[in-house]
Design a protein around this ligand. Structure first.
Ligand code: HEM
Length: 594
């Protein structure tokens, strides 16, 4: 100890002597020179990388192209850059971080699908990953070695047990009944259509994950989860202001949370925050155990129960279990409801398409019952309509999270370096005139064989709404199944049209470009009129809605936890760590000094 002090003192004395010898000015100049050389070397590296990577605007030292980013909707800007450089891929430097944007369906397919093995990883994401979901969450999980790859595979497997293609048929009745309730709610309170769709989407994933229905649109779980997801979606869009700039200067993330650059980050990443869903899951397992055997037999086993049993084999920590259960809410509620709100907007803006769909439903289904998936082979226009909903204004407009190659890759002579941030620009892909002529027009016919707007597109589906390759959305099949039934039923049941000004009687126009700015986008609020198409249909909606509510009763239940208060408690307990006690409950203990 004493010797260390002595050395420190000697070093200080030596430094003072050097400053005295050289003069303060010379020392300052020396430091400046070292910094300048470091910046120059770094810039040389940036320019060298730029010469090998896909084209893009000229970066400045340290800040790259960050300050030429527009305030809003950078995906439109990246689409323009792709046209300007006449290249399907462009490089855009966010600080010193070269991000690659794929603006073309065929390239996205060649890179993410054909080279799926090496593009299965995520890049380092400071805001969304390290400060947000945490690195142990499937959505942001990185794959840098075999151990990480095995671990990520395990997470995908556990997710698929819940919402994989094999499981989702078992959830049809839940989606069917909940969408009948949406139709019933549209009848009773049409002005609240956004809330009904949010309730629907949240309730479906809540029943699947926790066995518990969300009966009211005032339930805080809806507003809290959707608000959290929208905050996350906003934060994860490249921007020139903090906190996104933390991606440029990751070292800033090491500072205490009161520093100004954390402003806007909310409570994300604070200790204990992630444990909310774990606690909710425990409660759900207890509530399920209290149900009678006949009740249990009449519902699918809550995913969290299966997950917890399965996870015991792998000794998964609480944070990872919490992430897996929370992902159903996080990834599945805002996305699904925003897609359906987009559908409402499309009906208002493009009534011809809606009327054509209704004519098909009238001919095939009639007015006494609503459509069902079994009708789908006889409803080609409805199938095309649903595809167009997913294409026209895709909710995950930059394809969700970026992918990242696990090794240097060469594509058409360009370098895509290991660890780079590679993002599919779904806006540009779905907006490309070559694949989708007149792309802003909502035109389901483009998906029908023989239509003059039909164009080749990689893959069977005709859209890239759910991402690619090994990281393709785990909930895709569930989301497609739910979108189909809800869209088909609402088209069958209602005329959805522009609202009228009560004073002038004139239609209030809707703006098909007015969408939110987050990476999960949805239409800005707009008024509309939703009216049942015929009396016979209205009666069928009431009948089916009431029956659905009865059938769903087995899922009724309350939770004593609220995300907001849970987070508040953690805020007060930042010096505490959640651990599992001997009964498997989460409790908080003081963090031991290291
Ligand atoms: C319309 C609804 C939905 C859309 C448009 C959507 C879209 C996406 C997209 C674009 C990705 C990123 C894919 C990639 O990186 O290539 C993704 C990832 C993911 N989604 Fe969805 N999603 C939807 C609904 C759901 C639902 C209902 C669930 C679960 C119940 C879900 C769970 C996930 C998970 C866990 C991931 C991360 C997968 C990984 O990183 O390995 N999503 N989603």
């Amino acid at each position: 100890m004493l010797s260390e002090r002595l050395i420190e003192t000697l070093a200080l004395v030596k430094l003072q002597a050097v400053i005295a010898d050289a003069g303060l000015l010379n020392v300052a100049l020396g430091i400046l020179a070292v910094v300048a050389v470091a910046i120059a070397a770094d810039y040389a590296w940036m320019l060298y990388m730029r010469s090998r990577m896909p084209p893009g605007p000229f970066p400045l030292p340290i800040v790259g192209n960050t300050f030429s980013l527009p305030e809003n909707k950078p995906w439109i800007y990246f689409e323009q850059l792709s046209k300007k450089y006449n290249a399907p891929l462009i490089t855009f430097w966010i600080g010193r971080n070269p991000t690659v944007w794929i603006n073309d369906a065929w390239c996205a397919h060649e890179i993410f699908e054909k080279k799926a093995q090496i593009y299965a990883s995520r890049p380092r994401m400071v805001v969304f990953g390290e400060l947000g979901t945490g690195q142990a969450n499937l959505v942001t999980m990185r794959i840098r070695n075999q151990q990480e790859r095995d671990h990520w595979r395990l997470h995908r497997k556990l997710m698929h047990i819940g919402v994989g293609v094999q499981s989702i048929r078992g959830y049809r009745e839940i989606q069917n009944n909940e969408s009948k309730v949406v139709a019933y709610d549209f009848l009773r309170e049409p002005k609240e259509y956004v809330k009904h769709l949010e309730r629907y989407a949240t309730s479906v994933v809540s029943i699947i994950a926790f066995g518990r229905r969300v009966a009211s649109y005032n339930d805080p779980i809806i507003t809290e989860v959707i608000a959290l997801m929208q905050l996350a979606a906003d934060l994860n869009v490249p921007g020139k202001s903090f906190p996104m700039l933390l991606e440029t200067f990751p070292f800033l993330a090491k500072f205490p949370r009161f520093m100004p650059w954390f402003k806007g980050l909310g409570t994300r990443g604070q200790k204990g925050g992630h444990y909310f869903f774990y606690t909710l899951a425990q409660e759900a397992i207890e509530q399920y155990a209290q149900k009678s055997p006949s009740e249990q037999a009449s519902m699918p086993t809550p995913y969290v129960k299966t997950l917890f049993e399965e996870a015991e084999k792998y000794n998964l920590p609480v944070a990872e279990l919490s992430g897996l259960t929370g992902n159903l809410f996080g990834a599945g509620s805002d996305t699904s409801s925003s897609t359906l709100i987009t559908f409402v907007l499309a009906c208002c803006a493009f009534p011809d398409a809606m009327h054509k769909a209704q004519a098909e439903l009238d001919a095939v289904i009639g007015a006494t019952r609503s459509p069902h998936w079994d009708d789908s082979p006889h409803l080609p226009y409805i199938n095309a309509f649903v595809k167009e909903v997913l294409r026209w204004r895709s909710v995950a407009i930059i394809g969700g999270q970026p992918h990242s190659p696990t090794q240097d890759d060469a594509y058409r002579g360009w370098l895509i370096p290991r660890g780079a941030w590679v993002q599919g620009n779904v806006w540009a892909i779905h907006h490309h005139e070559r694949e989708f002529p007149d792309p802003d027009r909502f035109y389901p016919d483009r998906f029908l064989d023989g239509n003059d707007h039909r164009r080749p597109f990689p893959g069977d589906r005709g859209y890239m709404t759910f991402g690619w390759g090994r990281r393709v959305c785990s909930g895709q099949a569930l989301a497609e199944q739910g979108t189909w039934i809800t869209v088909a039923r609402l088209l069958w049941g209602f005329d959805i049209r522009k609202a009228r000004d009560p004073e002038t009687g004139r239609e209030v126009d809707v703006d098909i470009f007015a969408f939110t700015n987050g990476l999960n986008m949805r239409p800005q609020p707009f008024p509309c009129e939703i009216v049942p198409r015929r009396e016979e249909i209205r009666e069928a909606i009431v009948r089916e809605g009431r029956k659905a509510l009865e059938d769903l009763r087995v899922h009724d239940g309350e939770s004593k936890y609220r995300m907001s208060t849970f987070y508040q408690q953690q805020k007060r307990k930042l010096k505490e760590e959640p651990v599992i006690d001997e009964h498997g409950n989460v409790k908080f203990v003081k963090v031991k000094a290291v």
